[in-house]
Design a protein around this ligand. Structure first.
Ligand code: PMP
Length: 453
């Protein structure tokens, strides 16, 4: 039962992820109480369309009994089994096999984690182990993109390029390097796809030359940059970067934690450019957020190099909850839903979402509309010609989020004023239309905010 004492208990005891602790104490928690389909209801009974699928994760939507049943059945039969020391569970083995059948190319080996951050962290350990196994341990430098997000573990936070994930934490950054994002809306080379791709290739070449070609281990990229503001590269960008990494003798890691499992249409966004990375990370849609789980997919070469390098010794990397049977059982149930019509619905709903957001392009605050499938953003500006971001004094991330919430819509409002959309794939046409209407209302209200000008 919700009561004011819940707010007090939260204030006193619950430390929230990625929040201003003092700001949160002042504002108090918003408690979500229940959800069904694409609708969430807060503790006061206020209903909203969840335009952000929780945290871009509840791809299947809320309230699927088949998922609940799968978890309950697994909990009754075998709630836990370790994967350590060659032990295992049927659910984890079957889930790995089902995934391997669907991953691009030879990404046939699946390492289950608890979420996205430790999946990214695992790739760093695998990359290092891979080069040690080859007798090239000096290849220990990592490159990622500005505006990139790769989790908030001590190491992955370094691959992440968002400043408040570094400042004050003493993140080890000396072996982590950044090159500019492709960011078509704000790329100094303009919007021409070929020019953007060439600029990114030149930046990677230069960075590798600067570090030393025999020192660079891997390059990380999201097929669409999520937390940086849903930044969509031109088609062909991933392929060009993948091929360049091969030429430069560095591993290419695709971080599909957001883009995986239908978010951009197909099961994996790498298939838009028909590429096979050396490793791929997933989480979120893997279990549709019902229980925690992430995974790393390893290519034959990466897996076999590590296996041969270790020989009879154990590869000392694992978690108590790696390959958790309940998460695997949930993942299997979720996969059935995706392939039983949800992916198709996501493609249809995604086209409607993009068309709807495009229809807002003439609004005085809308500078850019971008996205792919059920992953989209509009970037707000106060001056379209100059592309001036909303001023910090207008507190875009808090005020726009609050307005949308009051209007019955949950979205992600980024600090620069970009609004992110990642609704559940189950959305109906009426729900997509409501997302657009409520966004339009939120934009009109934001235009009235004296701090916006
Ligand atoms: N990589 C990407 C691309 C992500 O978007 C995220 C989470 N938003 C992560 C990694 C980290 O995942 P998690 O929050 O599950 O640790």
């Amino acid at each position: 039962m919700f009561s004011n004492s819940l707010i007090e208990l939260d204030r006193a005891h619950l430390v929230h992820p990625v929040a201003s602790y003092r700001g949160h104490e002042a504002s108090g928690v918003r408690v979500l109480a229940s959800a069904k389909g694409a609708t969430v209801t807060d503790a006061q009974g206020h209903q909203m369309i969840d335009g952000f699928a929780g945290l871009w994760c509840v791809n299947a939507g809320y309230g699927h009994e088949s998922i609940v049943e799968a978890a309950a059945k697994q909990m009754r039969e075998l709630p836990y089994a370790t994967g350590y020391f060659s032990l295992g569970s049927e659910a984890a083995i079957r889930f790995a096999a089902e995934l391997a059948e669907r991953t691009p190319g030879d990404l046939n080996h699946v390492y289950f984690t608890l979420g996205g951050s430790d999946a990214v962290d695992s790739t760093v350990r695998f990359v290092r182990y891979y080069y040690h196994a080859q007798g090239r341990p000096q290849k220990d430098q990592f490159i990622s993109l500005m505006q990139g997000y790769h989790g908030s573990s001590t190491v992955g936070a370094g691959l992440t390029a968002l400043p408040n994930f570094h400042g004050g934490f003493g993140v080890p950054l000396d072996w982590q390097h950044k090159i500019p994002s492709h960011y078509p809306y704000r790329n100094p080379v303009g919007t021409d796809p070929k020019a953007i791709i060439e600029a990114s290739k030149a930046a990677l070449r230069e960075k590798v030359a600067e570090i030393g070609p025999d020192r660079v281990a891997a390059f990380y990229a999201e097929p669409i940059q999520g937390s940086g503001g849903v930044i969509v590269p031109p088609t062909g960008w991933m392929k060009a970067m993948r091929e360049l990494c091969r030429e430069l003798d560095i591993l290419f890691i695709a971080d599909e934690v957001i883009t995986g499992f239908g978010r951009t249409g197909p099961l994996f966004a790498c298939s838009h450019d028909d590429i096979v990375p050396d490793m791929m990370t997933v989480a979120k849609g893997l279990t549709s957020g019902y229980v925690p789980m992430g995974a790393v997919f390893l290519s034959e070469t990466v897996y076999n190099t590590i296996a041969d390098g270790a020989g009879a010794a154990a590869v000392g990397h694992g978690y108590t909850y790696s390959a958790h049977p309940v998460s695997a059982a949930v993942g299997l149930a979720v996969l059935k839903l995706y392939e039983g019509g949800l992916l198709e619905n996501g493609v249809r709903a995604g086209a409607r979402l993009m068309a709807g957001l495009q229809s807002l392009a003439d609004h005085p605050l809308v500078g850019d509309v971008r996205g792919r499938g059920m992953l989209a953003a509009i970037e707000l500006v106060t001056d379209k010609a100059r592309k001036t971001p909303l001023p910090p004094a207008a507190e875009p991330s808090r005020r726009i989020f609050d307005r949308a919430w009051s209007n019955g819509l949950v979205i992600r409002a980024f600090a620069n004023g970009a609004l992110g959309y990642a609704p559940p794939l189950c959305c109906t046409d009426a729900e997509i239309d409501a997302i657009i209407e409520r966004t339009a209302k939120t934009l009109d209200q934001t235009l009235e905010d004296p701090d916006v000008r």
